[in-house]
Design a protein around this ligand. Structure first.
Ligand SMILES: NC(=O)c1ccc[n+]([C@@H]2O[C@H](COP(=O)([O-])OP(=O)(O)OC[C@H]3O[C@@H](n4cnc5c(N)ncnc54)[C@H](O)[C@@H]3O)[C@@H](O)[C@H]2O)c1
Length: 335
């Protein structure tokens, strides 16, 4: 059993703690949160200890690995502390909002043999993963285009938007990663269009965008289109389409159940999509822990690595430059 401690007991940390606690090959060794009541609540719910400090977690011989689910600006520090203490790491996205900080972290942990996995959970989604496998097996011939639709159900609170670091670094980062995962080669060019269409006044005040379309092209010419919105009234809209020379694959949305309503005025009335990431990607979040346990116990390579986190952030920076300068940006300008 891999003994894991969860750092951060907020929205996603609570879910990770519960997932680790019920994982057949992991045990929850304890939790920590700077906000002690949050840690105490999760510790009590899971029947584990709440550590008094991050230092105590890293010094504990009862902890083999840490799952970092704290606020984004703490991730790079905690990754470095974990590696210095000899603990394997599963860290939520993004590594940091600042590429220079990510590069410095990469330098500091260089050469470590410890597994460091990034929380790009969508790589583990059964539908997305099956689409990639079918594509790799040649079912759609040569891949030409990838279309990623990723729309949140509703605009997050203002405080979240103020701290999140911007749509491309916080939200689209998942899609940049998924694009690389599906394309199988590095995007070399990025073009972005974006605006605040949902709440223009808030967007202007925070200098933030809430709706975006990003185009990527790889060195061999493969194309990818990512579309994002912070509000889709019909639920969390998560679709991936792979178009190739011999066909198309679609990994589609999920509904809570399959009831359809038929009346005199409408047919096929299905349920709204699963509300948000905690529901839609539950299996993926479990599977990423599976993958992490394999990395630690069997020496497998993380499906989503630190370098994947760094590369996704480079694409986010390229998208911001494209937006600011209203032009196609070469990724090499950023990297
Ligand atoms: N993979 C995904 O789909 C996904 C979804 C949501 C959030 N996230 C990521 O997970 C992280 C947490 O997001 P959230 O929505 O749970 O945020 P949150 O604000 O709900 O929780 C963050 C927690 O971190 C704690 N914290 C802050 N600084 C700390 C420190 N120095 N040490 C210990 N604890 C500290 C806070 O007290 C809070 O309880 C973010 O990096 C976010 O980008 C990933």
């Amino acid at each position: 059993m891999l003994r894991m401690a969860v750092l951060g007991c907020g929205r996603i940390g609570q879910m990770h703690a519960a997932n680790v606690a019920r994982h057949p090959r992991a045990t929850l060794a304890g939790v920590y949160d700077l906000h002690a009541p949050s840690a105490a609540k999760v510790a009590e719910a899971q029947g584990v200890r709440a550590f008094a400090s991050a230092e105590e977690v890293f010094a504990s011989p009862q902890v083999d690995a840490v799952l970092i689910a704290t606020a984004t600006p703490t991730h790079a520090d905690y990754i470095e502390m974990a590696v210095a203490a000899g603990k394997a790491v599963l860290c939520e996205k993004p590594i940091d909002l600042n590429l220079a900080r990510v590069n410095a972290c990469a330098d500091r942990i260089k050469g470590t043999k410890l597994p460091i996995q990034l929380g790009f959970n969508r790589r583990y989604d059964p539908g997305h993963s099956a689409a990639r496998k079918a594509m790799q097996a040649g079912e759609i011939g040569e891949l030409h285009q990838v279309i990623i639709t990723s729309r949140d159900p509703s605009l997050p609170p203002r405080a979240y938007l103020e701290a999140a670091g911007g749509l491309f670094r916080d939200m689209t980062i998942h899609d940049f990663d998924l694009a690389r995962f599906m394309l199988g080669e590095e995007p070399t060019e990025v073009f972005a269009l974006a605006g605040a269409l949902i709440d223009p006044a808030l967007g202007a005040e925070l200098n933030e965008i809430d709706s975006a379309m990003v185009i990527l092209r790889t060195g061999s010419g493969k194309q990818c289109h990512i579309n994002n919105s912070r509000t889709a009234v019909y639920g969390y809209d998560q679709r991936v389409e792979l178009m190739g020379s011999k066909g198309m694959l679609i990994s589609d949305n999920r509904k809570p159940h399959e009831l359809r309503r038929f009346t005199a005025t409408r047919t096929e009335g299905a349920e709204p999509y699963q509300f948000f990431f905690l529901e839609r990607y539950l299996e993926a979040f479990m599977a990423e822990i599976d993958g992490f346990v394999d990395c630690v116990e069997q020496g497998a390579q993380p499906l989503a690595s630190f370098e994947d986190g760094r590369r996704a952030l480079i694409l986010a920076e390229a998208a911001y430059r494209s937006l600011a300068e209203r032009r196609l940006v070469q990724v090499a300008e950023i990297a």
